[in-house]
Write a protein that binds this ligand. Structure first.
Ligand SMILES: Cc1ncc(COP(=O)(O)O)c(C=O)c1O
Length: 446
């Protein structure tokens, strides 16, 4: 067992009581990986060893770690106003933050609803879609369409529209009624080693037309997709696919929701994938890098049309029966405002564009290594897919992840896919270090 007290000054905690999320708890507790500090591009483990962060935490810390501007804003805010009730009350920072977000939002998505996570953002957006159609006199529009391999968090709404089997199976008898899934867009046979958007697969968007014919547009509320599937292993839409979804949804009065929990805040070049790829949804869900992961916070960006349609009934009555105790929390909002300042002052979204060519070449240099069957990239994201080994799916990927961590680089593993999404402050030498460590791991694990 690691002696945590030596480097942190804390007593060594027992690991037994914490039921960890999305973790092989028994394996982890037998051989834990514990982080004790972070600065810039690096974590520090409990022994004081630096670990290069190639994942921005969990796609959160786009401005890098230990940003003083954020910690100062947080400590100032917690002294000034630690908490304010969010129902029928407000505080200035939440309004200021909403205005700042509206400034950088895709055109027209200028109404902001605060949540505390990506999962809550997704469930909020789905409820808004239902509320919108009901307010518009179309209450039969209740069906949702997600996509296979989509990840939309872990609420019942999110797992229902999500398309990852393991996340749904245990709960399958109680998922939302009336949900269909578009086919996923991963096609290694045709698109392996694509750089950016793959060329093949646009026709998969046409399945939406088929579903609309099957159910009738008057029964469909919204389509929800990630512009790029992150959690399932960096799966990109074929060229033209998102635009096609937009055209079809618009034609039939169906709302389009982009889940930008990962792609938001500079990951693919502009503030949002929607802007970089020129397709504007009706609602957009965000969280994570909104405040650099410093304090839990999410936000749903909503078109003014959808918002205004919901502002019905007597003015003295609540319009939308939904919200969270911590919506627009003052300390989280302070962290977000400081984060937005950093993104702007350091031009971090532009930095993604400057570095994406170098990044792309670096990740594709792994192409000829053993068992690498696909490499996918966009902006400052990459997925390296390995063939499963004889022990079964995910075993090789996990060993590569472990090897990288032991050798000082944190990567993310999903099955046999290694995903990387460094903080946007990354330098070329960090990219080289990540790629070298990953290459050594892939060779060593075999
Ligand atoms: C696209 C997407 N949506 C939703 C979520 C859920 O976010 P959270 O874990 O903050 O609930 C995630 C998390 O990775 C995500 O990638």
């Amino acid at each position: 067992m690691i002696d945590i007290s030596a480097s942190t000054g804390h007593d060594t905690p027992s690991l037994e009581h914490y039921w960890m999320p999305f973790t092989a708890n028994r394996q982890f507790k037998a051989s834990p990986r514990l982080l004790a500090g972070a600065e810039g591009m690096f974590y520090k483990d409990v022994d004081g060893k630096p670990v290069l962060d190639s994942t921005a935490g969990l796609w959160c810390c786009n401005a890098g770690h230990g940003r003083q501007k954020i910690s100062e804003a947080v400590s100032r805010q917690i002294r000034e106003l630690d908490y304010a009730p969010s129902f029928q009350m407000g505080h200035p920072l939440a309004f200021e933050l909403a205005s700042r977000l509206a400034e950088i939002a895709p055109a027209g998505l200028n109404r902001i609803f605060f949540t505390n996570s990506g999962s809550e953002s997704v469930d909020t957006a789905l409820k808004m879609a239902l509320a919108y159609h009901r307010a518009n006199g179309q209450p039969t529009r209740t069906r949702f369409i997600g996509r296979e391999l989509g990840y939309h968090g872990v609420g019942f709404g999110g797992i229902s529209v999500g398309g990852i089997g393991n996340n749904r199976r245990t709960f399958s008898q109680q998922l939302l009624q009336g949900v269909d899934h578009l086919p996923h867009t991963l096609d290694i046979a045709k698109n392996a080693f694509s750089r950016g958007f793959p060329a093949h697969g646009l026709e998969k968007a046409e399945v939406l037309e088929q579903l609309i014919t099957l159910h009738g547009p008057e029964n469909i509320a919204a389509v929800i997709v990630e512009p790029m599937s992150g959690s399932a292993g960096v799966i990109l839409p074929p060229a033209g696919y998102l635009k096609r979804l937009r055209d079809i949804t618009q034609k039939y009065g169906i709302l389009l929701i982009f889940d930008e929990v990962i792609t938001g805040f500079g990951r693919v070049g502009d503030a949002f994938a929607s802007q970089r790829w020129g397709v504007t949804p009706d609602l957009m869900t965000t969280a994570k890098a909104l405040n650099n992961g410093a304090i839990p916070m999410g936000a749903v960006f909503v078109s003014q049309d959808v918002h205004d349609a919901c502002m019905t009934g007597p003015e003295e009555l609540i319009e939308f029966f939904h919200g969270y105790t911590y919506s627009g929390h003052p300390v989280a909002a302070a962290a977000a405002l400081a984060t937005l300042d950093i993104y702007k002052e350091e031009q971090l979204f532009e930095r993604t564009k400057e570095l994406e060519g170098y990044w792309e070449d670096a990740v594709h240099s792994l192409r000829d290594l053993p068992n690498v069957i696909d490499i996918r990239n966009i902006g400052l994201v990459a997925g390296v897919q390995l063939a499963p080994n004889a022990e079964g799916p995910g075993r090789r990927g996990y060993k590569v992840f472990e090897h990288c961590f032991k050798n000082g680089t944190l990567v993310r593993v999903t099955g046999d896919i290694i995903a990387m999404s460094p903080p946007l402050i990354v330098e070329k030498q960090h990219i080289d270090q990540m790629i070298n460590t990953l290459a050594d791991a892939i060779k060593a694990i075999g």
